[in-house]
Design a binder for this molecule. Structure first.
Ligand SMILES: CC(C)(COP(=O)(O)OP(=O)(O)OC[C@H]1O[C@@H](n2cnc3c(N)ncnc32)[C@H](O)[C@@H]1OP(=O)(O)O)[C@@H](O)C(=O)NCCC(=O)NCCS
Length: 180
């Protein structure tokens, strides 16, 4: 169950700076040892805010959702859209899902993922996938959420080669009816 007082809603341009803060905070807490320290230290909330402002302006309705808490503002977010890169059987992709470190393990990630799947299903997308660093313990969150590992790839990122795993939810409508 989600923490008391936490609400989910569509993001607006006004949320971009707070989304960027959560994004940078979560990256710096999650990726030491997985991504180069120099890259993590260089992440700037101001430039991330600009990217989020553009993503919110560019995206369709419901593609960026935020979790907010009274007195704390944005404490988590999810961003999805059409599947990028090579053709995959799943037409929609979770591009990013992050919960601020102090708010993890309270059901907020689950609610954000479910809300994104509801938006995908409402937009007519029947299946979803996402890519996660193979060494990121978040992969167990996706397994707890019913995702199945369906592929892997090696990507160059921030000057280093990374192993990523794809998790898929092939039938969102069945998943949503089971999780309601
Ligand atoms: C991964 C993340 C989005 C999950 O959100 P969360 O709010 O912490 O997770 P929830 O509390 O909703 O967890 C839902 C379920 O997943 C399980 N779970 C969550 N993280 C887990 C982990 N690392 N390992 C194993 N299980 C996990 C929970 O125990 C819970 O199980 P339950 O239903 O049996 O109680 C969040 O922890 C996060 O932002 N992590 C850091 C950044 C990151 O790695 N993001 C993903 C990038 S691909």
């Amino acid at each position: 169950m989600t923490a008391a007082g936490v609400k989910l809603r569509e993001a607006t341009a006004m949320d971009a700076a707070q989304i960027a803060d959560v994004h940078v905070e979560a990256w710096q807490a999650t990726y030491p040892g997985l991504l180069p320290d120099r890259y993590l230290a260089s992440l700037s909330p101001a430039s991330q805010a600009e990217r989020w402002r553009e993503a919110i302006a560019r995206g369709r309705r419901g593609e960026v959702l935020v979790a907010t808490a009274e007195g704390s503002g944005v404490i988590g977010f999810v961003n999805w859209g059409e599947t990028r890169g090579r053709k995959a059987p799943q037409p929609a992709e979770i591009y990013a899902i992050y919960v601020a470190p102090d708010w993890q393990d309270q059901g907020i990630g689950r609610d954000l993922l479910k809300a994104a799947f509801e938006e995908m299903a409402a937009a007519g997308y029947g299946g979803a996938l996402l890519w996660v660093l193979a060494s990121n313990p978040a992969r167990f969150f996706y397994e707890a959420m019913g995702g199945t590992a369906v592929g892997s790839r090696r990507e160059r990122f921030a000057g280093t080669e990374l192993e990523e795993t794809a998790y898929a939810w092939p039938d969102l409508f069945t998943w949503l009816s089971a999780w309601r």
